[in-house]
Design a protein around this ligand. Structure first.
Ligand code: HEC
Ligand code: HEC
Ligand code: HEC
Ligand code: HEC
Ligand code: HEC
Length: 240
């Protein structure tokens, strides 16, 4: 019988089989990756261009989150502060020495250590060149889902419920999965997480309050009732 098809066509079934196997592997890998966000994200901790420490600035110096994340109560996104915000202190600190010198001498280290700090030099240079510091993003919901900080913060949900003890982190890491199941868990029973507005950024106090077994039944339930709270479980609330 004459060859109707050129010889190479014999390869097609093999190539297809190989190809579809690779395709299958790709699908499994994709589903695996995307369906198990808690395993891939919790603990995610990119190395930042400047060794900025929340533990030092919040935990030790006692700064409020809103000093830097100024829009967190008004807008969808919590902004990352500009270098001007950093320099509002570090200029004073550098030029006058006072605040920093005190903070440093408490440690017993020499103030000049801060002058030699390469990290602060990056901040000073960025400020002088009017360039932002290229911070690396830690948390990000996918584009097809919508999250809004102001709604949560004003409803009595503390940063603690979603970001845990940032004030103890020398380098920020992803503390919660932030997958859909995680959002819905709280939307179904928000009382467990609600605190009075004045404690929103007081992570240590909130951790203690929420650890109380009666919290949801007492304080939480009272706040939920006062605000007539009913977090949505409708797909369209988050996907639009
Ligand atoms: C002195 C300024 C300052 C203060 C105060 C501050 N932050 Fe930050 N925060 C930053 C900077 C700068 C970054 C970006 C670098 C990084 O991720 O460490 C950041 C990053 C973050 C991130 C990660 C953002 C991302 O990429 O996903 C979270 C969450 C956060 N801060 C929460 C808080 C909370 C909660 C508080 C209060 C307990 C707080 N911050 C106080 C400056 C500040
Ligand atoms: C309220 C004033 C204040 C603000 C605002 C502030 N800092 Fe600081 N920062 C300090 C003080 C004080 C220290 C020294 C703390 C210590 O050593 O105990 C410090 C220490 C540091 C250090 C460690 C320096 C070293 O020893 O290597 C870095 C890096 C730093 N800050 C970066 C930043 C960045 C980046 C921002 C802006 C996002 C910022 N700071 C905003 C007051 C401030
Ligand atoms: C109900 C959960 C929740 C609460 C409460 C919450 N966050 Fe977030 N935060 C998130 C999620 C989810 C993201 C990722 C948002 C995105 O990708 O749009 C995020 C991202 C951030 C970022 C990165 C910038 C951004 O907006 O994407 C910063 C900074 C931050 N949070 C700070 C704070 C601070 C400060 C507080 C408390 C005043 C707080 N967050 C309270 C869930 C929360
Ligand atoms: C720790 C609790 C908690 C977590 C976690 C949480 N939420 Fe919420 N969410 C609330 C509360 C409380 C409200 C306010 C509901 C109200 O005022 O009726 C709310 C409101 C909202 C709203 C406004 C619509 C509405 O229901 O009123 C959206 C949208 C929303 N959340 C999306 C998200 C997304 C997306 C995530 C996950 C990335 C998330 N939330 C995680 C507690 C939470
Ligand atoms: C409270 C907010 C919220 C509500 C309500 C919600 N989703 Fe989601 N959904 C999310 C977030 C956030 C993600 C992204 C999860 C991630 O990053 O892994 C997501 C992811 C998804 C995905 C991608 C696959 C996955 O599981 O990650 C699908 C599909 C989806 N949602 C469908 C729905 C449908 C259908 C409904 C209504 C029954 C719904 N969602 C209601 C917040 C929500």
């Amino acid at each position: 019988m004459a060859n109707i098809f050129p010889k190479w066509t014999k390869m097609i079934p093999t190539v297809l089989a190989g190809g579809s196997f690779a395709f299958l592997v790709l699908i499994v890998a994709t589903v695996w990756y995307y369906m198990t966000p808690s395993y891939t994200r919790v603990g995610y901790q990119p190395t930042q261009p400047v060794a900025f420490s929340h533990q030092v600035h919040v935990g030790k110096l006692g700064m409020d989150c809103r000093y830097c994340h100024t829009h967190v109560e008004q807008s969808r996104h919590a902004n990352i502060p500009s270098t001007a915000t950093c320099m509002s202190c570090h200029t004073v600190v550098d030029e006058l020495g006072g605040y920093l010198q005190q903070a440093v001498s408490r440690d017993g280290s020499s103030p000049s250590a801060h002058w030699r700090s390469e990290d602060l030099q990056i901040v000073r240079n960025a400020y002088a060149d009017d360039k932002p510091i290229p911070w690396r993003r830690v948390h990000k919901v996918p584009d097809y889902a919508h999250f809004n900080h102001a709604v949560h913060v004003n409803a009595g949900v503390s940063c603690y419920s979603c970001h845990k003890r940032i004030d103890q982190m020398p380098v920020v890491f992803h503390a919660e999965s932030m997958g859909m199941g995680w959002c819905l868990d709280c939307h179904r029973a928000p009382e467990k997480h609600l605190v009075e507005q004045e404690y929103i950024t007081d992570l240590a106090a909130v951790e203690e309050m929420l650890a109380d077994r009666d919290h949801a039944r007492t304080v939480g339930a009272r706040i939920a009732e006062r605000l007539r709270m009913a977090p949505s479980q409708n797909c369209a609330a988050c996907h639009y």
